[in-house]
Design a protein around this ligand. Structure first.
Ligand SMILES: [Zn+2]
Ligand SMILES: [Zn+2]
Length: 651
């Protein structure tokens, strides 16, 4: 007897496996692998949604099987390859396959589906001869790249660190666009995974007028549900496409994927916050192993994660034939200058000279006016009386308010010295704009931060004050770039802060026109040297060497295990028994969490990843089953939560 094996669409860990259902005769024709179905769920006493994953022979069972209730739609939305990818990625992260499919398969839209079923099949895209010439020109500066793409290589690519010559674009976007077109011309699909919409727009602009009509698919949250679902259905056809989108694009079920590209994999936006929290980089690696496509990690900097793979020989380093690097100057305030001067004289002179020709970029750490206020007498940071959040000023002379709870604090008294006078201790983007506007009278000042998003500026002279990551592109590139607040940025107590700073600064430096000066103000040490010599992979290598003896990621993997104290302790002890290779120092904690319960961190080798993930997953399933039995009499309880590969550790 043939049965339908169904994955139920549910976040409950105990349902994360295939369930067998018999197929009633009237559904036999429609019940094909990949379709959405509805099935009765005995334990819940109701009918639920699921995917028919495969057909198989019934296995002997004590209880009679239930019947499929219905086939929701004839479209097989769950490809076999996507199911396997979701299963592997979930298993690696001790999570549920259904959680990953929810990121990968958009909600069904009935009208969009009907329109798609009625429409003629998409035509196979043809890349024009003109476009192919441009592709060859663009890829020529990277010897071995074309060959690597066609042979399914895994590459770490140092992107060209400058704007494109004739458009308001990063040259990196053209490089990735060219790789995608080369793949498409070979009859295969390409995926370009980028952190955010600004990056997505860059790649779209690079492909505009070059990619064949209908071949480029935008995969992003700006589109309506029906639009998203239509593009998803388009991908299910056997016509290759170029898909550009955010972290979940790594799961796009495009036809015959020849190349997966990740841009700037150190950007935290590529870490999936939803369970099971699989980073796009890890999902791409799993996918590459399953499908044998080419895989490209490209950026202006190198994460320790990718550098680790380079060291292992799993990913190959590929740089441009002629190495290019921005002209970086490490600027410090010299004796004789006022110590409070934010912009040292050398950087100031560079900005003045550059403003005669075009725009100048000034990067700052924080938005707002004065994000930090201190006591004017003893310099103790001013805190909110009701929640201890930092006090800030929105305008000069404005009533201070709290950065956490927003409460205004018209009367403030220093807890340290009883003074009532406040003083501004830092400059956000708005105050910097005001200060520099005074220093350069007659120059246009442009602000770009979270509250004032701006994608691009023209080539006329202007001072562009931007928070890190919000820098607009400038036509032809900036004539000078000044990086302020670097010392403050480096102070954050996070494991990856050095890497992050190098990424923020390198990305900003790549916005400078070739030859234009980039001043990093007030920072020395290894991160500053790596920027000045444009040797980001060497910095990542040194970081790995430092972290290795300390067993810090990514030289090891880290799992966070959270829940009630007794459960966490039992889970961690059980793990030690199940995976005896874990050393005595493998477990950190448990420590109490503010929101209740405790957290333990478990460090483990990549080689033990499968065993650790399997054990932790089994513990989560067991806990969920216990919870089902006990909720009736005990009310709410803390469930066991597990997350592997925590993206950042606070030190
Ligand atoms: Zn004081
Ligand atoms: Zn407050």
């Amino acid at each position: 007897m043939t049965v339908a094996r169904v994955l139920i669409d549910s976040p409950l860990p105990q349902l994360d496996r295939l369930f067998d259902y018999t197929i009633p005769a009237e559904l036999a024709a429609d019940a094909v692998p990949g379709v959405r179905v509805r099935v009765p769920l005995r334990t819940a006493g109701r009918v639920v949604d699921g995917y028919l994953v495969e057909l198989g022979e019934a296995e002997p069972s004590e209880r009679p099987l239930s019947e499929l209730d219905s086939v929701v739609s004839p479209v097989p939305v769950l490809r076999r390859s996507l199911y396997i990818l979701a299963r592997r990625a979930a298993d690696r992260a001790a999570g549920g396959a259904g959680d990953i499919l929810r990121l990968a398969i958009p909600k069904r839209m009935v009208r969009a589906e009907k329109a798609w079923l009625a429409a003629p099949a998409a035509e196979t895209p043809r890349v024009s001869a003109d476009a192919l010439r441009w592709v060859d020109d663009t890829l020529a500066s990277y010897p071995g790249l074309t060959q690597g793409i066609s042979s399914g290589a895994r590459l770490a690519l140092d992107a060209p660190p400058h704007p494109s010559a004739d458009r308001v674009l990063g040259a990196w976007a053209e490089l990735l666009g060219a790789v995608a077109l080369r793949t498409l011309a070979a009859g295969r699909s390409a995926l370009i995974v980028v952190p955010d919409q600004r990056d997505q727009d860059q790649v779209l602009a690079a492909l505009a007028g070059r990619a064949p009509e209908g071949a480029v698919i935008r995969d992003d949250a700006r589109r309506s549900g029906p639009e998203r679902y239509s593009s998803f259905l388009r991908l299910l056809s056997s016509v290759p496409a170029i898909v550009i989108g955010n972290r979940s694009t790594v799961y796009a079920p495009a036809h015959d994927v020849g190349c997966v590209m990740l841009w700037d994999d150190g950007d935290p936006l590529l870490a999936e916050p939803l369970s099971p929290g699989v980073h796009a980089r890890d999902a791409a690696l799993v996918r590459q192993e399953l499908e044998g496509s080419a895989l490209v990690f490209a950026g202006h900097t190198r994460t320790t994660d990718v550098e680790r793979l380079v060291q292992l020989g799993w990913v190959r380093d590929l740089s441009a034939q002629r190495r290019e690097s921005p002209t970086v100057v490490l600027s410090a305030t010299h004796e004789g200058e006022s110590r409070g001067a934010r912009v040292p004289s050398a950087a100031f002179a560079a900005a003045r000279e550059a403003l005669r020709h075009g725009p100048v970029l000034v990067q700052v750490a924080r938005p707002g006016y004065a994000p930090v206020l201190v006591c004017a007498d003893c310099r103790t940071p001013a805190r909110c009386a009701s929640c201890t959040g930092p006090l800030r000023a929105k305008r000069p002379g404005a009533t201070p308010d709290c950065g956490w709870c927003g409460r205004a604090e018209p009367v403030w008294t220093c807890l340290n010295c009883r003074s009532t006078k406040l003083r501004m201790a830092s400059s956000g983007s708005e105050r910097t704009a005001e200060e520099l506007g005074r220093a350069f009278p007659g120059i246009r000042v442009v602000l770009a931060d979270g509250g004032h998003p701006l994608a691009e500026v023209d080539g006329r002279a202007a001072l562009v004050i931007a928070t890190r990551g919000a820098e607009p592109h400038a036509a032809g590139g900036y004539h000078a770039v000044i990086l302020l607040d670097g010392d403050r940025m480096l102070m954050a107590e996070q494991l990856r802060i050095g890497e992050s700073c190098l990424r923020w600064w390198s990305d900003a430096a790549a916005l400078a026109a070739p030859g234009a000066p980039v001043h990093l103000v007030g920072v020395s040490g290894p991160v500053a040297r790596a920027l000045a010599t444009w040797t980001q992979p060497a910095y990542a290598r040194a970081e790995l060497a430092d972290r290795e003896p300390l067993s810090m990621p990514p030289t090891v993997r880290v799992a966070a295990v959270e829940g009630a104290s007794a459960t966490v302790t039992a889970t961690v002890e059980g793990l030690r028994t199940a995976v005896p290779q874990l050393g005595p120092a493998a477990v950190l904690g448990p420590v109490p969490l503010e929101e209740g319960g405790v957290r333990a961190l478990v460090r483990f080798d990549y080689a033990h990843g499968a065993a650790v993930a399997e054990h932790l997953r089994a513990a989560v399933v067991a806990d969920a089953l216990r919870a089902r039995r006990s909720t009736r009499d005990r009310g709410p309880r803390t469930t066991l939560r597990v997350r592997l590969d925590v993206p950042e550790l606070d030190l």
